[in-house]
Design a protein around this ligand. Structure first.
Ligand SMILES: [Zn+2]
Length: 442
């Protein structure tokens, strides 16, 4: 049950034009009911939260993440010397995911969701793999996410890398979750697929048929490394996106993470089909897989969103890195300017709004009351067009941390602490779980 709340004495802003130096927000039934300037009139029936002049904005959406990677921080790897992207998967991620059991999946979701919340993320789209514990794994993620309070869409990555039985179990887990565990407004589902180069045509056809039956869009990696185009050209004589399009997987709502090694014809195809490329610049730089041609794709009309790929949690820092990477590779200090970056962040809200059936991202009546009260007191004037710049530079200067977070009108985090979870206990449990997980990695 969401409560009715009055947040008073806040600096109120969003990325799309709203900016009030002092105002109040009334939240009813999980949505913003009123945004007003100045102090609020007394409303005794509302729970009053004093913002003490802090900055109140909509929460952020992370459009591609892997919660299980929360347990990878500091993992000791005896022999880690990858020569390329496939070997990064083989020497790290495919060892880690194969060591996951039900408990570590749950703990990774709990600690990962808490870290996202502490970065001001209120909705996320997860992409999951735990090949030894497939059945029920999405419910374990949901359990962890629910305790923290995030809205989420989850999926299990179907792949042929572990053989037909694992492939079928992955598909069945997506179907089971979509049929039994979706909760309107809180938990949504995608059809998860790994990436073209680990998927046969038979598997793509099966996933496409199940997606259509359940009304799901896919969430998968697209041309992250060169492996995808090389494999698609060798095995099918086609480019990656064209191959996926033969199975009808690129439609509106599809989340296609990375989109780096794409030919112009594939960009044209994506613009036409309306699937979203989800950009993850920091992960891409770390994996040395190249830079997505974001400016060109955006100019051509490809819908573009932003994720972290589990490499960090802050969507604001990711947005700044997207800009820095674009400046660097394009040799232009104006690449990925405010208009483009706002389109990208706005698209995250559009995607989440569709999945959770509520408009998101604006401080306006009727929008989701997914709100972050940041510990931020601007050192320079903050006016409508400068809100994005304030957030980007606060994130890399003194840091940007929430004092409070409301999701669907519920204050899940306040005074710098989660309302129901004891963070030190969660972290202690996570350390213990990670140690056990690492000992199982082969
Ligand atoms: Zn990913």
């Amino acid at each position: 049950m969401s409560m009715n709340v009055l947040i008073d004495n806040a600096r109120i802003a969003d990325l799309f034009g709203t900016c009030l130096e002092r105002g109040h927000v009334i939240v009813e039934a999980g949505r913003i009911a009123r945004v007003g300037e100045g102090a609020s009139p007394a409303v005794p029936e509302l729970k009053r939260l004093d913002a003490a002049g802090r900055l109140l904005t909509p929460g952020l959406v992370n459009a591609h993440a892997h919660l299980y990677s929360s347990l990878a921080r500091g993992v000791p790897l005896a022999a880690f010397s990858p020569s390329g992207f496939r070997e990064i998967l083989e020497q790290l991620w495919w060892k880690l995911d194969r060591a996951l059991d039900a408990r570590s999946v749950y703990v990774s979701a709990q600690v990962g969701a808490l870290a996202l919340l502490r970065s001001g993320v209120t909705a996320m789209f997860d992409h999951h793999a735990s090949p030894v514990a497939i059945e029920g794994s999405l419910s374990q993620l949901k359990r962890g996410l629910k305790e923290v309070g995030l809205r989420a869409s989850v999926c299990y990555e179907i792949t042929d890398r572990g053989g037909a039985a694992e492939r079928d179990a992955g598909l069945a887990e997506n179907v089971r979750f979509a049929q039994e565990e979706r909760e309107p407004g809180r938990f949504a589902a995608h059809m998860g697929l790994h990436a073209s180069f680990t998927l046969s045509d038979e598997t793509l056809a099966k996933a496409a048929a199940a997606s259509e039956e359940l009304g799901l869009s896919v969430h998968m990696h697209l041309a992250e490394g060169k492996e995808d185009p090389v494999d698609a050209l060798q095995r099918q004589g086609t480019r990656t996106a064209e191959r996926l399009d033969r199975h009808g997987l690129l439609g509106e709502g599809a989340l296609l993470a990375h989109g780096i090694h794409l030919a112009q014809a594939e960009v044209e195809l994506l613009a036409e089909r309306r699937g979203s490329v989800i950009h993850n610049p920091r992960s891409n730089m770390n994996n040395a897989v190249g830079a997505a041609k974001v400016s060109a794709m955006h100019a051509r009309g490809v819908p573009i969103g932003l994720g972290t790929d589990g490499f960090g949690t802050s969507v604001i820092e990711e947005a700044l890195c997207a800009r820095l990477l674009a400046h660097h590779v394009e040799g232009s200090p104006t690449a990925l300017g405010d208009d483009v970056l706002l389109d990208i962040l706005g698209h995250n809200y559009t995607l989440a709004g569709r999945l959770f059936e509520v408009p998101m991202g604006h401080m306006k009546q009727g929008y989701a009351a997914d709100l972050v009260l940041w510990d931020y007191d601007p050192p320079t004037p903050m006016e409508g067009p400068s809100v994005l710049g304030h957030l980007l530079f606060a994130a890399i200067s003194e840091g940007l941390r929430p004092h409070g977070v409301l999701i669907a009108g519920e204050p899940v985090y306040w005074d710098g602490a989660h309302r129901t979870l004891e963070e030190h206990a969660v972290l202690a449990q996570s350390r213990e779980t990670a140690r056990a997980l690492w000992s199982r990695m082969r």
